[in-house]
Design a protein around this ligand. Sequence first.
Ligand code: SF4
Length: 326
Amino acid sequence: MHPFSFVKVSDTREALAAGRHGGRYIAGGTTLVDLMRETVERPETLVDITHLPLRDITVTGRGGLRIGALVRMAEVAADRKVRHLYPVISEALELSASAQLRNMATIGGNIMQRTRCTYFRDVTAACNKREPGTGCAALEGVNRTHAILGTSQDCVATHPSDAAVAFAALDATVHLLGPDGERGVPFANFLLRPGDTPDREHALLPGELITAVEIPAHPRPLKSGYLKVRDRQSYEFALTSAAVALHIRRGVITEAKIAAGGVGTVPWRLPAVEQQLIGRRPSDRLWAEAAERAAEGARPLQHNRFKIELLRRTVERQLRIVGGGK
Ligand code: SF4
């Protein structure tokens, strides 16, 4: 591990001052410390933000939710408001990581976590994300777990967060505080596809701090849930996953919010599937028909072609679980 200095701050003013001078924010530290041990990350200064007052979960408007950036994953998953209003968020969190990690990791850190691509974590391998311009060892390497959507010639790594898939489906906004004040970024614009700059992963400006993730109010009743398919049943990242939220009124689907995980370089919204559902009545036939469009635009690699069919089945199954049907 490279030497670094450590600053503890107690309010956002102090945090921003430290961030302005190149300090790297740390809270749960469940990703960053691992990466520092492996010398993938080499920050000069860590700014401990654990004591900032960003630990509330509040209901906004008519059923929206604002989740402070420093609320722990386990706290969000167990929160009665979250479980009642957006079970898709609780389920995504409960299926993430291990109990120990969920007790430490924060919601802000969860959406900022870095890819699990093994080449990214191996400092002897070529990796454009870690060292721009060095190449991508995954393109010709073992790429079974890599992305099939949103990839580029420079990077094919998936985004690992489950909660981020639920936030993408629910049209969340990420609230930021920086030297120039506050701003909100739609979740769809917050995490960046790799393009030719895979080292740029998010829309944060230098020194900006995530303060909250906000879910807007959705029409009620809203049924929602998260399905994760993985190589083993716990402490494993998704091969495919599906976050589904449906508003069904008088037997007709009037809102459908669907996103997939484990398949995209960012949480992957599925507008073609959503469009297929609007104005229709729930049925097994409809779920199958809509799920056919889940992998539209996929570009599989040598070892991950199976994800196309697995994604279709994951989406179909989760539509049936959430929406019912015959
Ligand atoms: Fe690096 Fe991305 Fe290639 Fe993995 S897929 S080796 S993270 S450039």
